[in-house]
Design a protein around this ligand. Structure first.
Ligand code: PHE
Ligand code: NA
Length: 460
């Protein structure tokens, strides 16, 4: 068959559109929403930044997400094979699969350090539950975080726990693993988030947080802020990592991709905004700095929780929420490479998950050591642009600023310019003005925006 429509159906499909939505939302909702979004918003002046970010999601994020799902569903294989098949069906060179290769390398590299940070979340569940934050001072809580980062043994233990959780789910396959996990974790995550927001309303500083997040002050918006918003739109929707290709490969042909991905993007955005509404009231109530940066969640918040009524309980719930969010994202990072290994080696799904997961775990050790023993090791330090960057920093930097945009750009160009329009229309079930809008965003707006960010980042 050339349409690819029914090929590979035997490999299993999500049992419903809803299951796919949960899984895609599970991938999208992660540390990016709960940890990064609040602090970059804080650093970039609040409301105006949020507005630009929403625009980036709508005009760049959603169209690329649709393109990735199209490739996966049309190819019905792992991302690399799917990309090759789609290219061949359109009489184009199979070399386009390079965009999936880049995406999968990025997914693998990101998971190696994402798991380390996921491990922090796991360890903080323990700290919060044991009451370690109770009555804490900025110093005691700083010491707690510093102690974790300084200890390779602790970091390794929690990294191992996190990676094991991810491998466990992915090894069980689509229905018994991924689907089962997200069906439990995602509703729990939403519930916990609502509880956290509810708790935030009791701090007496809720209004302040609302106006911080939603009152645009364009004087605080810089060009750099706009670029950060665009980069974050990519990261938060899990684009450029072949994830949506892998998840799309299990999506039924009757599911309308456009509406579905718009919904996923809305859910992801809703979680980011709700996370802001949960975190900033606590920040303001304690006279803390909203622009505290990456430490906001692991230092600022525990300090607040340690000194508030029922703070131990809500602190524990908060870190469980963070752990669940990171877990479902970790699963999605492992899936593309495991899907590939399963289809291209003689390993089973379980074997693939264990082998790929263990390799990723090994690479993660480099990030762990970067935080302590190897904190002075800067492999590219001879170049001014990479001065002082540890292995952890470099993995983060190259994936976020180089591999993701490159993979996303190639995908947008390939789907926008080289796939037959009839095939896109039929597969995505888009017509008339909606199709034209999507295609034009993908053909012009996305590549131009990505190239601008790319060049800007390269120039440092
Ligand atoms: N989208 C996730 C987030 O916002 C991050 C992520 C990136 C997840 C890559 C999976 C893959 O945190
Ligand atoms: Na996200």
């Amino acid at each position: 068959t050339t349409s690819g429509s029914n090929a590979g159906l035997s490999r299993g499909l999500w049992s419903s559109r809803f299951a796919f939505i949960l899984a895609a939302t599970g991938s999208a909702v992660g540390l990016g929403n709960i940890w990064k979004f609040p602090y970059v918003t804080g650093e970039n002046g609040g409301g105006a930044f949020v507005l630009v970010y929403l625009l980036c999601i709508a005009v760049i994020g959603v169209p690329i997400m649709m393109a990735e799902v199209f490739i996966g569903r049309n190819g019905r294989h792992n991302p690399i094979t799917s990309m090759r098949l789609v290219a061949e069906r359109n009489l184009k060179s199979p070399v386009w699969r390079i965009s999936a290769v880049i995406g999968m390398i990025a997914a693998f590299a990101i998971l190696s350090f994402y798991s380390v940070i996921g491990g922090w979340a796991a360890s903080y569940v323990g700290h919060a539950a044991m009451g370690d934050f109770t009555g804490g001072t900025a110093e005691s809580i700083g010491d707690l975080f510093g102690g974790l980062l300084a200890s390779p043994v602790q970091l390794l233990a929690w990294h191992t726990v996190f990676m094991a959780l991810v491998i466990l789910v992915v090894s069980q396959g689509l229905k018994g693993g991924l689907e089962r996990a997200v069906t439990v974790l995602m509703p729990a995550l939403f519930l916990l988030l609502l509880v956290a927001v509810g708790y935030a309303t009791t701090t007496g500083h809720f209004g302040e947080a609302v106006s911080f997040l939603f009152t645009p002050d364009f004087s605080k918006l810089t060009i750099e802020g706009v670029l950060i918003a665009l980069g974050h739109a990519f990261f938060t929707l899990s684009l450029g990592m072949a994830i949506m290709m892998a998840y799309g490969s299990y999506l039924g042909n009757d599911v309308p991709v456009g509406r579905t991905m718009v919904f996923v993007a809305l859910m992801d955005t809703a979680v980011a905004l709700l996370a802001g509404l949960a975190i900033f009231p606590v920040v303001f109530a304690n006279g803390l700095e909203p622009s505290a940066g990456p430490g906001l969640i692991f230092q600022t918040l525990p300090l607040a929780f340690g000194n508030m009524p029922m703070g131990d309980l809500f602190g524990t719930l908060f870190f469980v929420l963070l752990l669940f969010a990171a877990w479902t994202s970790g699963i999605s990072l492992l899936e593309p490479v495991v899907e590939w290994a399963e289809e291209n080696t003689n390993m089973s799904r379980t074997g693939s998950a264990i082998v790929v997961g263990m390799l990723c775990w090994l690479l993660g050790i480099a990030s762990i050591l970067s935080l302590n023993v190897w904190s002075d090791v800067t492999p590219l330090g001879m170049f001014a642009a990479f001065e002082g960057k540890t292995i952890f920093d470099l993995l983060d930097y190259f994936t976020a600023n180089f591999l993701l945009p490159l993979s996303g750009l190639l995908t947008a160009i390939f789907v926008g310019w080289f796939v037959a329009k009839e095939s896109l229309k039929a597969d995505l079930n888009l017509h008339g003005a909606t199709f034209a809008l999507w295609l034009n965003l993908l053909r012009y707006v996305t590549p131009i925006a990505v190239v601008i960010v790319f060049v800007y980042n390269l120039l440092g």
